[in-house]
Design a protein around this ligand. Structure first.
Ligand code: ZN
Length: 103
């Protein structure tokens, strides 16, 4: 499936630099499930900001860059993005995790 990258005019980028529409797409692709520990969240969205709280208190699903931007990874390409919970994402640091098989 070809996915349009870099939607012009999008002002929905968060601090990760990933537009909200791309984030939602990745979360849906991954089934709202952390790709490391498997915790599943549920969709909770407003008009602009999209948040995906998981079942456990304090954990939110977040977008992770498989190849970090600092290492040349694409910023908003779903093929370089995956769903991680905030707990796993914070543990990851800048390590490139290669075992993840992008769908
Ligand atoms: Zn996790």
């Amino acid at each position: 499936m070809i996915i349009a990258e870099h939607q012009a005019g999008s002002n929905m980028a968060n601090k990760s630099g990933v537009p909200g529409s791309i984030r939602a797409q990745v979360f849906r692709r991954d089934g709202f499930r952390c790709q490391r520990c498997g915790i599943q969240g549920f969709e909770f969205r407003g008009d602009q900001h999209v948040s995906y709280p998981t079942g456990d208190a304090g954990n939110f699903l977040s977008i992770d860059h498989i190849t970090p931007k600092s290492k040349g990874g694409a910023l908003a390409d779903p093929r370089n993005l995956r769903t991680l919970c905030t707990s796993c994402n914070s543990k990851k640091g800048t390590t490139v995790v290669a075992e993840f098989d992008v769908k």
